[in-house]
Design a protein around this ligand. Structure first.
Ligand SMILES: [Zn+2]
Length: 485
């Protein structure tokens, strides 16, 4: 199977030919100052499908997703406040607490959406030295200048600056409304920002230029170059990164190293939110928790994201998500109607391979998921195919879909949550459960432990266990209870 991907750099669908035996894949990660919006999560789902398709095509993949825990200002033009410091003030906690909390929340979202974990999760705050070295290399090459508030990249010194995003240099200079400060050109951007002289930042480091913190763009260049060989085979992100963030990453990396930075740039389109925004008040937004609170399982959102091509905007609506949840249930029912794969086996490249062919060819055509899903429904209905072949084909398809079509009892169970959302009870589907009694016992056990009354805590655990409930305290502070038949 030959894979084609759309490369933003060339604006063309190209055959995928990586430079390295192990495909390097860098995806811009979250700024951990708040929960991820489901629009952000759409990007990570499409990147996950790309990674799974690469594996399917026989490649080994080294996948890196950074955690931005410093330096991302509220405006992409290097003005405004650090989002992390803003989040800390909003919640009356330290920046470090905020970073730890929202990193954990992001990892939980990823897990619940069946997104395969990256091999490396570098944190910006643990790579300050790498960023300083990269800024030094740029300084040595005469690409930087100093202003009262930081060290800036002079974009006029990088001749190809406008190429990637097809920017019109003329219009950038003319009608620009960018707040220039002491910047020489509207597109110049901060590599290192100085801490303000009148207040102390919670996150700041020494550098050859003064105490301060790195610019957001330099973080990704430094961390991607540290973990992946150049040119990086694939760099992904949201389409909103093309104009500024990725344009700046290219300028920094190529100006510092003199070599091509990335081979394939792959960008995902927006989730558009008009209706949901109207349905919510104030500045709150839809997260995966909001979805769960409405009784919709996270994988329904994964299914929903497959209804549009990753390069097309997708309009979010609760009706659309409900419909996706229903079709996921239908698909599982059809899939589960197979005979468990124990029927007569077909020869290699036999009937199941034939069934999979339209699915694979849709994937290889720049991840055409709407077409791939149509092929999956055909497969599941499988007229003419034996139940065993149909099942085998769907199992292989699910390795890319990640929809848990056959996860044993996994999808045939009920999940109940207490009011505080910190206790989760998993029970066999349809079983009559007195959840409140179980929740209460878990709460009492927590109280006993907090009061160091371990005898009482153990007694409560034994009571739960006698009632067929096992409990597990998860690192994020929630307790998971599993009720056995
Ligand atoms: Zn980035």
């Amino acid at each position: 199977m030959e894979l084609f991907v759309y490369n933003t750099a060339t604006r063309e669908k190209e055959p995928f030919e990586p430079f390295h035996d192990e495909v390097g894949m860098y995806c811009c990660g979250p700024t951990v100052y708040n929960y991820a919006h489901i629009g952000n999560l759409r990007t990570y789902v499409f990147e996950d499908v790309l990674k799974r398709v690469l594996r399917l095509a026989g490649y080994r993949v080294k996948h890196v997703v950074n955690i931005t825990d410093v330096g991302h200002l509220t405006s992409d033009a290097d003005s405004g406040e650090d989002k992390m410091e803003k989040g800390a003030r909003r919640e009356g906690r330290t920046v470090w607490d905020i970073a730890a909390h929202y990193t954990q929340a992001f990892k939980r979202d990823i897990h619940e959406l069946n997104i395969l974990e990256p091999d490396i999760w570098p944190k910006a705050t643990e790579h300050i030295d790498d960023m300083i070295s990269l800024v030094k290399a740029l300084e040595d090459r005469g690409m930087t200048y100093r202003t009262a508030d930081g060290i800036y990249f002079d974009t006029t010194k990088f001749g190809r600056y406008s190429d990637f995003a097809r920017l019109d240099p003329q219009s950038l200079r003319a009608g620009s409304r960018v707040d220039m400060g002491e910047k020489k050109n509207p597109t110049d951007f901060a590599l290192w920002k100085f801490s303000p002289s009148d207040s102390k930042r919670q996150m700041e480091w020494e550098s050859p230029w003064g105490t301060g913190f790195p610019g957001w763009h330099i973080e990704c260049s430094a961390m991607s170059l540290k973990y992946l060989p150049q040119p990086i085979d694939i760099h992904c992100g949201g389409v909103d990164h093309v104009r500024v963030h990725h344009t700046n990453e290219i300028a920094q990396a190529e100006a510092a190293t003199g070599a091509a930075f990335v081979r394939y740039w792959v960008h995902g389109e927006f989730l558009t939110m008009t209706e949901a925004k109207m349905a919510k008040s104030g500045d709150s937004f839809v997260t995966l928790d909001t979805v769960k609170q409405r009784g919709i399982e996270p994988l329904a959102y994964r299914m929903f994201s497959f209804t549009a091509h990753y390069r097309s905007p997708l309009a979010f609506s609760w009706e659309g998500l409900d419909a996706a949840a229903q079709s996921l249930r239908n698909l599982r029912r059809l899939a589960g109607a197979g005979d468990g794969g124990t029927g007569e086996t077909s020869a290699p490249g036999g009937a199941d391979a034939l069934l999979l062919e339209p699915f694979y060819s849709a994937l290889c055509d720049d991840l055409n998921m709407p077409k791939a899903m149509a092929a999956v429904w055909d497969m599941a209905r499988g007229s003419g195919a034996s139940p065993a072949d149909r099942r085998r084909a769907l199992e292989k398809a699910d390795a890319v879909l990640g929809l848990n079509l056959f996860a044993g009892e996994e999808h045939r169970r009920d999940v109940l949550t207490d009011a505080s959302q910190t206790i989760r009870l998993v029970a066999p589907a349809g079983m009559k459960v007195d959840a409140d009694v179980i929740f209460e016992k878990v709460r009492l056990r927590r109280d006993a432990r907090a009061a160091k009354d371990y005898a009482r805590a153990d007694a409560l655990r034994d009571e739960l266990s006698a009632a067929g409930v096992t409990t597990k305290d998860l690192p994020d502070g929630t307790t998971e209870c599993v009720l056995h038949k």
